[in-house]
Design a protein around this ligand. Structure first.
Ligand SMILES: C[S@@+](CC[C@H](N)C(=O)[O-])C[C@H]1O[C@@H](n2cnc3c(N)ncnc32)[C@H](O)[C@@H]1O
Length: 219
């Protein structure tokens, strides 16, 4: 893969770029992006594995990709940057996240290939897609005290009710409709990447129901 041009927030005359109050510069997968700490989850290095897993599956044939729960748009921007033929739909239920993700898409000049939608899961993504990538909330609300490092993040970007896996269960269910026949789902769970083909989705749903997430097709 050829090296990607490094974009920064510097203005044309080389002065540091201006970004709004409360915004920061974050680096993800070698790309400089805007962050909004406290409002939108700051992308973590562990999620770069999702980009690598996605890029390894996209063979430059105009694949259609969905990044569900895009947050800052980091994963969507990184996949589109690594795969110049891919078309990406990025979704989030948080308005702040959608605005930030759109700003990051513009920053990297990817408006023609990355579309950011304010919706639940895949609702506004035209089916079928070849690859669904997601780092959705998966930690149980009851475990919040065990994760002081996440206290700065918007609560519902990382925690979900019950066992925390409700968002992924609903996504696995929706993926049965949205994924192309030979499509794949790539999920981040507990800092691990889980990959399932369309044919494996029913089993993955069962694995999530049983709470044995890491046993499911771990890559
Ligand atoms: C753990 S953060 C990850 C953000 C980003 N993918 C990353 O890795 O930096 C999860 C994101 O999913 C969004 N989200 C939660 N439930 C969602 C849903 N049902 N549909 C779409 N987005 C959702 C949250 O608003 C949040 O931005």
């Amino acid at each position: 893969m050829s090296p990607r041009p490094r974009r920064t927030l510097e203005s044309k005359d080389g002065a540091p770029g201006r970004h709004g109050p409360g915004m920061t510069e974050v680096t993800f997968d070698g790309l400089v992006l805007l962050g909004a700490p406290g409002k939108v989850m700051t992308p973590r290095p562990a999620s770069e594995q999702l980009v690598a897993a996605a890029a390894a599956r996209l063979s430059g044939c105009g694949a259609r990709v969905a990044d569900v729960g895009t947050g800052s748009g980091a994963i969507a921007v990184a996949i589109a940057s690594a795969c110049p033929d891919a078309e990406v739909w990025a979704t989030d239920t948080s308005r702040c996240a959608v605005l930030l993700a759109r700003a990051n898409v513009r920053l990297h000049g990817l408006e023609d290939r990355v579309s950011v939608r304010h919706c639940d899961l895949l609702e506004d993504v035209p089916a079928p897609v070849d690859l669904i990538v997601a780092n959705l909330p998966y930690l149980p609300v009851s475990s919040a005290a065990e994760h002081p490092d996440l206290a700065v993040e918007p609560f519902d970007s990382v925690f979900a009710p019950g066992d925390g896996l409700g968002p992924y269960r609903r996504l696995v269910d929706a993926a049965r409709t949205w994924l192309a026949d030979d499509g794949e789902l790539v999920l981040q769970l507990h800092r691990r990447v889980v990959v399932a083909t369309r044919a494996e989705l029913p089993d993955l749903g069962t694995a999530l129901d049983l709470g044995t997430t890491l046993a499911a097709a771990a890559a």
